[in-house]
Write a protein that binds this ligand. Sequence first.
Ligand code: URA
Length: 203
Amino acid sequence: MFDTSKPYSTLDEVLAAIRGMKDDPLVNAGTNIVISRGNPSAKLLLVGEAPGPQENIKGKPFVGPAGQLLDKILQAANFDPESDVYITNSVFRMPPGENGANFRKPNDAEIDYYRPFVFEIIRVMNPRVILLTGNVACQSVLRKTGITSLRGKWVEMDGRWVMPIYHPSYLLRNQSREPGSPKAQMWDDIREARKKYDELQGM
Ligand code: URA
């Protein structure tokens, strides 16, 4: 289990602790540890769900189709995915698939196990704005689900501004851009995130 009696002082220490996890519930999944990409000094942190097959191979989060869409969304709001954002997940190994599927969603026990590491990344990295993509990230960080009602609303957490947004995989399955569609809502949310980020930069 994560040792909270010794808070880490640097992100490198947190990442090393994650790589050295002793009782990782997914240790027997046969998948790789995938933690983060982007700029560790960024003031914007994005938390996803869990690595998928491409992430498992490349060792970086959000490098498959959902990640490509995520980068486009960030760029549309003038965020450079490499320099303005740090990107991580709620779970650091791809959960193995069942019944012929390649992978599955993380379960409650897995989300609970990894949560202290996610919080330690947040504490040490110290972002001002956090975007939670989809229900798993909301369950990890806010202990709540219900993305359609949570999305687009700010929650203040330890002096940081946290906003749930849709997961890009959901947008890949819902391509409409009509007013009120998930894509249109995502555009509203990312613009709102940009606004908050700009306001906080000036403080
Ligand atoms: N989906 C996620 O939530 N995270 C990834 O890293 C890839 C796909």
